[in-house]
Write a protein that binds this ligand. Sequence first.
Ligand code: SF4
Length: 463
Amino acid sequence: MSSGDLFRYPDELGPAFSETNGLEFSNGRQVSAAEIWKFMTKEAPVRFPYAFDKSVHFAGRISSDVNFLSGIKRSFLSLTLRDRMLDAHKNGVPVVLVQGGQTVEPYYAAGGIPLRPGFVMNWARTMKEGLNLRESDLRGMSILEEGRKGVTIEACNQIAAHSAVQDNIVPVDFVAPYLCLRCSDMAYLVESHRHGKRTVPTYLVDHPIDHNPGEWKKEYLKKELETLTGKIGELSNKEVTDEALRAEIKRENKARELVRDCYEIWWNAKVPPTNSVDHSGIVPFGVDGCGDYSASTRVLEETREELKERVKHGVKGAGLKDDPSRLYICGSCVGPNPFLVDKAGAVVVGKDDFWSEASTIVKETGDPYENLAEAILSFPYERSTEGRAEWTAEQAQKSRADGVIFMFNWGCNFQTSVARMISDIIKDRTGLPTTYVEVGELGRMEALEQSHNRVEAFIEMLN
Ligand code: SF4
């Protein structure tokens, strides 16, 4: 429920924040730290008051760790997504609705901007400004219901992103996700655009569903990726050269390396240097760039330096209890509310989904399409269920987790069907307590008590 009380950054932090580095975007636009501060303290609370709601039940609220300055810049990039995407679309840059878990180099190299469903859902909510948490939640639910009416009530809640495209709430130019193993609904959600209210060009990058080794898979996926860049290039009016794709691979390898550095520092720290919300934000930045890799890489560099400083001085993330239980999270598209995790005496130390991608470096020399296909086919999250579980068990141990929660979204048939087996294998290999939780409220901002109660009960058992 909404607290009605809005979070504010302390005024006295302004001068120190304003002396830090600003950000430069891929289109050359620069923004100073003083301008970021002004946006976050004056403009954003008026335009997007919901984001500043202090309700602990709202998973998307701003981190209370005001001294973690790169976290403020990350929130700035999230809250400016709406304006940046509208500008990009206006300037002929195709905005593409994709799915999580796969590399995004082909989209950026071809002059587009890929956005996962969660980003598109947030963008759609913010197309109406000045909404409080309750109003924003109701707006999100009504977009979702339109999608259910138009396609099926059985789809997972990511259907809201497709509905926002169909209803022209957000000007997405192309729908082109990977048909990867994790996802039961993406294929027919893409199909739904063929006969919907608005005709949107679509392409489904086929991912071979076959765990047996074979060179044919690499060749097949390589061709799929070539077709993808060709189609985006037609929209952006850009010829996609191998050189451009190689440069993009290098850029994103750098971001993935930064994420890996941050995780190594975080996992080896005596006390957790950030709270769950700041920790959970690191990997998504490295694997999809929040719509702009130049700016997000700069933020990641600052995050790495801040983490080093915090670890050196033994600083604990704001809002954490002493010696919190460490939780490793599994599953696609959902996770526990980080604020409630911290409040209950735990901290999130990792998540398999995004980490699978961040921990896979793509070869930088040779045929870039072949290199991408090879990397995509080796993602640990997309291995056989047993292979995925073995890898996840290793990550849980490396992160020094005390327990593992597998969460899956209602309507997500693939994750639902593997949750029990993966949880059991992890428990068998590590001896860690595990549990699995179905979530019926993906995309909701309020009334999430049911899944919260189950997460809290598991934490209580660990503490
Ligand atoms: S929740 Fe499952 S079905 Fe829905 S988009 Fe995510 S992976 Fe696909």
